[in-house]
Each structure stands twice: as C-alpha cells, then as structure tokens.
Design a protein around this ligand. Sequence first.
Ligand code: MG
Length: 256
Amino acid sequence: MSVILKTKEEVEILREGGRRLAEILAKIADSVSSGMSTKELDDLAMMLIEEYGDKPAFLNYTPEGVSYPYPAALCVSINDEIVHGIPNDEVIIQEGDVVTVDLGLIHEGLYTDHAITVAVGKVKKEYLDLIYATRESLSRAIEAAKPGNYTGDIGYAVESYAKEKGYKVVRGLSGHGVGKKVHEDPYVPNYGRPGTGVLLEVGMVIAIEPMLTIGSEEIAVLDDEYTYVTYDGSMSAHFEHTVYIGEDGPEILTQA
Ligand code: MG
C-alpha cells in the first residue's frame, strides 16, 4: 500500500477540478427526469465536460477483474443498482425511480470523483428517507476525515449512523484515494472500527462514498461486469465527495 500525498499546487488543481465537477454533476442531477434514457444523461455529461475543456475519468477505464473498458463518462444506477450502471438508449427513467449519477473528471491531469442520488418525481417516503440518510452518513464520514484519525473512523461514522437509522451498509464496495488516478490507496471503508486502518495525513485526497440499502447488505454483479445490485433487489442510495485532508481538517473538493 502506498498513499500518494498531494502538494499544495496539486491540491489547487484538484480544488478547481472538483468545483467544475460539482457544477457539471449538479446540472446532470437537475436534468434527471422520467421518460429520459440513461444514455441522454451520459451525452449531457460528455457535452458539459467538453465545454469545460476537461476529460471524463471513467471512459475507457478498466477496473481490476473486468474484461473490457468502461464505455461511458457517467455511471447511472437505478433503484436496486448500487453503482456503475452503464448508460443505455433502452433504459428509460421512470417516475418514482431513485437514480444515482456518478462522474469522474480529469482537470489538468488530476482526478476528482463525485456522486449524487436523486428521486424522480413522486417517490415513496421510505426511499426519500434512505436518500436523506445516505447523504447524512456522508456528512458524518467527512467530519471524521481529520488528520490523525484513521480510515476506520470514517467507516465507523457511516456504519454507526446507518445502523441507528435502520439501514444496512453495502458490503464489498468502498471509497478510495484519488487524484493522480481514479483509484489509489488507501481503501476507504464504509464500515469498521475507530482507530483502525490507515492513518489520515495532511495531503491525502480521498473519495468517501457511502452506499446504504433498506434490505440486504449483500451485493451481486450483473452480466455486463459493471453494474452492482443489491442481492435481494432492495433499494439503495449512494453519495460521494472527493475530500482533501488539510491541516485545518477535511475540505470537500467536489463542491461549487
Ligand atoms: Mg469513487
């Protein structure tokens, strides 16, 4: 395991990249509506990224264990899909859906990563509550991302809050270091014990991304090799920010 600490200059670039990514993803999230295909959302992502003169981070990226490169800029995951749903002309968003849009951006060679879950039209209250709790668990996790704390403190913050609210934390998927690449060390878990794992040091940049579900914490992957779903088909939500561990504490980079 080797964690890459970022220089002040690199953090400055990541701050600008994160700001741009937040603006782009907010526009995408605002445009999510019933009757639209997930491919249309990806087209919008590509168009906005080009407007900024930046590059998509996920397009053509091949994660470990997958046999082909990711074919889009955006991940769009609907309802029981947790992460990495591949945009498709034939997947049409419906009223009542819970939709996660997840996007990585390369700005001046450096990477930021950000995800938001939105409700489409009139959505069951229990799903809105899940979305709210997942966003709140991310806030708790970010508060725990102080220098001197450990990655286990972040995981504990997510898990303890989820448990208190009656949700499960999805197993086998986690946050990660980010900046020079899409995925770097350390592994940033969404569950764990305080004071365990990797020490958080000033200069680290990490993607924190809790994924909660109302049902089973077990996951499965579809035949496309990318789309992760809840094993029992239950609803899930996901929020992600890229966070800089600064001298004064955590700083969210992916905000406008
Ligand atoms: Mg990520």
